[in-house]
Each structure stands twice: as C-alpha cells, then as structure tokens.
Design a protein. Structure first.
Ligand code: TYM
Length: 344
C-alpha cells in the first residue's frame, strides 16, 4: 500500500483548530487507504526551551488526543519520535548534505529566530527542517518496488519544509544511489491555512496567537463560544466569502464549511443572507462545540489509563522502529559507514 506519514509537535496542552482542520483530520481519513505512520514530534519541541514535566505531559496529551479524534492503533502506527532513535541518526546524515544557506532560507526559521534574537536561538531550531526531512524519509517505501507513494498531509505553513525534504531526497539519491522515494505534500486548499480569530490575515498559531485568537480542541465550552462570538469580523454586515476584503468572515466560513457536515460556503452565504454576523457566529459556535466536546471527553478517558496509552505507544514505536532501522541500514551502507562486525 502507498504510505502516509505526518507529525505534530507537543508544544501546547492541546491542538488548536488549525492543527485539526489543516492536518489531523486528514490523518484520520487517510489511515484506511494508506499504510499510515503518525508521530508526536517531541524532539522538535525541544528546539525551543521546554520544561521537561510539561513536555512529558503534553506528549501524552497529544497522543491521547490523536486517538480521541479517531486514529486507530490497529489501522495506523502512532508513536513518539524520540522513542525511535533512527530519526536523530538520519538527521545527522541529511544535515551533512544540506547547504548552510539553504537551511538559512527557511522562512519559519527566519521568523522565529528574528523574534528571539540569535543568542537565544538554538542550532536545533536551525536544523529543525533537516530532522523533519529525516522523519519523513525514514518511512520511504521500498524504491526498488517502483511506483510507490509517500504522502505527507500538512498545512500550508509546512510547504517549504516539504520542498526541502524533496530536494534532500533527490540529492541523496543522486550522490549515493536510489534510496528514497520523493515524498508529496498533501495540502487540501480549503483548510490549509486557518487564521487567527483576532488577526484574520495571519495563521492561527500555538506560538504566535493570543489566547483570544486561538481555539483549542480541549478548551471548555464557555470560553470557546465566547471567542467565536468575539472573533474579528469586517466592516459591513454581509456573510460573504471574500478572503481579500473580508478575511475574518471568510475564515469563519471556511471553518463552518469544514465542520458543518457537507454544507458548502455557497450554502452558508445563502442561509445567512440579510441576517448579519450575530446569528452566523452563534450557529458556528454550536458546530465547533458539537465537534470538540466528544473529542475532549474521549481524550480525558484515554488519559485516565496511562498504562494502556504507554502500551499503545510502545507498540507503535516497535512497528515504526522496524521500518526505520531497515532504511537506516541502507543509508549507512550507501554513505560508506563500515558495518559493525562481531566482537568475538
Ligand atoms: P505543527 O506541530 O506546528 O502543526 C501540526 C500540523 O498542523 C498544521 N497547522 C495548520 N494548518 C492549517 N491552519 C493553521 N493555522 C495551522 N497551524 C498548524 C501544520 O501545517 C502541521 O501539519 N514541523 C511540523 C511537525 C513535523 C512534521 C514532520 C510534519 C515534524 N516532522 C514530518 C510532517 C512530517 C510542525 O511543526 O507542525
């Protein structure tokens, strides 16, 4: 079967609406038709200073949330990145074929490091996209079998990192012989960039959005409803999709259509014609609550049995590790590392 692979950082106590619509929902849909690998990327999370207890907690919450939205450990491989050591190992090799300038052109790095200043920016943040390339390429389907696919469902903000991954895969193949399948970014346009509720021209973001601008999947219903009612809308009062001039309303329409069980943006424009923003937001809040409430409940149940959660992740790491170690053996050989013989 063709493969699908993706990852999410455990950098907050919950995923937000952008993560859910931009990525995680596609993960669930794809687990049936693909050989699926999904991971919580805790090694990426430590590229900025992180409290160990918080990281441990968030990693488990992230895993529980992924199960709660519908990932099924029988149908996909769910694991924690740091439990499969080949990720770090391949990242080193790929780092050695990445240009310094090439890595420096990553816009996410430029934005984040500009905000932090160079002394508090870690080298890990700089090489972050290389680790991401390793995450992906370790799960390359056998290139010799031919015609195999490796799909990576992500939001728009990861497009440049995917491009770099493709470049590195091609470069490695060219220098060392066919090894990696060239992965494809899977970015469905409708929900590729969910924006901040208070600043509807920039993406909703764990690190950059204000609490008022972001909706967490695990948030309590009261605050969730309030945030939607207070979302920035635009001058005028028509519920119309016009991303250029009505960024706020257009973002809300996107969210509504994505969660509304088949209703289209056109349908919604018609339904709210002449009604103003109030009723529209009220109904949208209900749709969001109806989606997230059951997820919140299931997450709490899953977190109540930590031993079972640990077992699921251990099985996931075992399955992921089996694939990763085969790829890494090939890579070591291609690069010219001497295989370890017997000690006696
Ligand atoms: P992360 O943890 O920032 O986000 C997880 C996923 O959510 C998407 N996303 C959004 N989609 C739409 N609208 C938004 N406002 C929005 N905000 C976030 C992201 O695009 C992402 O798909 N580098 C990755 C994690 C990663 C990874 C990988 C992904 C590490 N290794 C290998 C794929 C394959 C990241 O920081 O995602």
């Amino acid at each position: 079967a063709p493969r699908v692979l993706s990852g999410i950082q455990p950098t907050a106590d919950s995923f937000h609406l952008g993560n859910y619509l931009g990525a995680v929902r596609q993960w669930v849909a794809m687990q049936d038709t693909f050989d699926a690998f999904y991971m919580v990327v805790d090694m990426h999370a430590i590229t900025v200073q992180t409290d160990p207890a918080a990281l441990r907690r968030r990693t488990k919450v992230a895993a529980a949330q992924l199960l709660a939205v519908g990932l099924d450990p029988e149908r996909c491989t769910l694991f924690v990145q740091s439990q499969v050591h080949e990720h770090a190992e391949l990242a080193w090799v790929l780092g050695c074929i990445t240009g310094f300038g090439e890595a420096g052109r990553m816009t996410q790095f430029k934005d984040k490091s500009a905000k932090q200043g160079s002394d508090s920016t870690s080298v890990g943040l700089f090489t972050y996209p290389v680790l991401m390339a390793a995450d992906i390429l370790l799960y390359t389907p056998d290139p010799v079998a031919g015609g195999q696919d490796l799909q990576v469902p992500v939001g728009e903000d990861q497009r440049q990192h995917l491009e770099l991954t493709r470049t590195l895969a091609q470069r490695f193949n060219h220098r060392f012989g066919e090894t990696f399948v060239i992965p494809e970014a899977y970015i469905p346009e409708a929900s590729a960039k969910i924006t901040d509720l208070q600043e509807p021209t920039v993406k909703m973001s764990k690190s950059a959005s204000s609490p008022q601008g972001i909706i967490d999947v695990l948030e309590e219903s009261g605050p969730m409803r309030k945030k939607i009612m207070r979302a920035v809308t635009d001058t005028g009062s028509e519920v119309l999709f016009d991303p250029e001039n009505k960024a706020g309303v257009s973002n809300l329409l996107r969210i509504y259509a994505a969660l509304g069980g088949g209703v289209t943006i056109k349908d919604l424009e018609k339904r709210y014609e002449g009604q103003g923003y109030g009723q529209f937001k009220k109904d949208l809040a209900q749709v969001v609550l109806d989606t997230f409430e059951p997820i919140r409940e299931r997450t709490q149940k899953l977190l109540a049995d930590e031993a079972e959660l640990d077992r699921i992740l251990a099985r996931g790491a075992e399955r992921a590790g089996a694939v990763a170690s085969v790829t890494m053996d090939v890579v070591r050989d291609r690069v010219g590392f001497v295989g370890r013989g017997r000690a006696e």
